[in-house]
Design a protein around this ligand. Structure first.
Ligand SMILES: [Fe+2]
Ligand SMILES: [Fe+2]
Length: 176
């Protein structure tokens, strides 16, 4: 199961295309200028992933009281932006995911204080909190920052103050 998932992600990440123009234009309408500048720094496969997640969130919230609320779309588009700091390629990400699973995420702090590849793995595993800092520094919305920090940490979801039905949609839409 896990190997199949990682393999799928590996293949997805190697696909070279940039997002469709219509999606890029949609993102430019949804995000604030600072958020958009940050989003555009992500590599192509991360931008494609973020669009897939945000489109799924848009569809799931359609017709609800949260319909077209751009805060939740921004949260979806920026949730993985912290991966930028690690600068890991596809291979390194697979290693980081396996290492985090084997050693536990508690190791991430110690690893990110090290050097070289170990540091990158540590930073990658901490991409949630790093992303939240990046969003705040870019003048992005607090809801997007809170979701980035919390998205891999179920225990902190209620503390985000994001409506629980929105959290459920954001989580279900994210396939990594
Ligand atoms: Fe993530
Ligand atoms: Fe994700």
């Amino acid at each position: 199961m896990r190997a199949a998932h990682l393999a799928r992600r590996f293949v997805g990440a190697l696909w070279p295309g940039r997002p469709r123009a219509v999606d890029e234009e949609w993102v430019a309408r949804v995000l604030l200028p600072g958020e958009l500048a940050l989003w555009r720094r992500m590599p192509r496969h991360d931008r494609r992933h973020s669009i897939r997640v945000a489109r799924a969130v848009q569809a799931a919230l359609a017709g609800t009281v949260h319909d077209e609320d751009s805060r939740w779309l921004a949260a979806a588009l920026l949730h993985d932006v912290g991966k930028l700091d690690a600068g890991l390629g596809v291979y390194g990400r697979v290693v980081a995911t396996l290492a985090g699973g084997a050693a536990g995420h508690e190791m991430a702090d110690a690893w990110s204080a090290r050097r070289g590849f170990t540091r990158r793995v540590g930073l990658y595993l901490r991409h949630g909190e790093l992303g939240a800092d990046m969003i705040r520094l870019a003048g992005g919305r607090e809801e997007a920052a809170r979701w980035a920090a919390a998205h891999h940490d179920r225990a902190s979801w209620t503390a985000t103050a994001i409506p629980s039905e929105v959290v459920a949609v954001l989580d279900a839409a994210d396939d990594d």
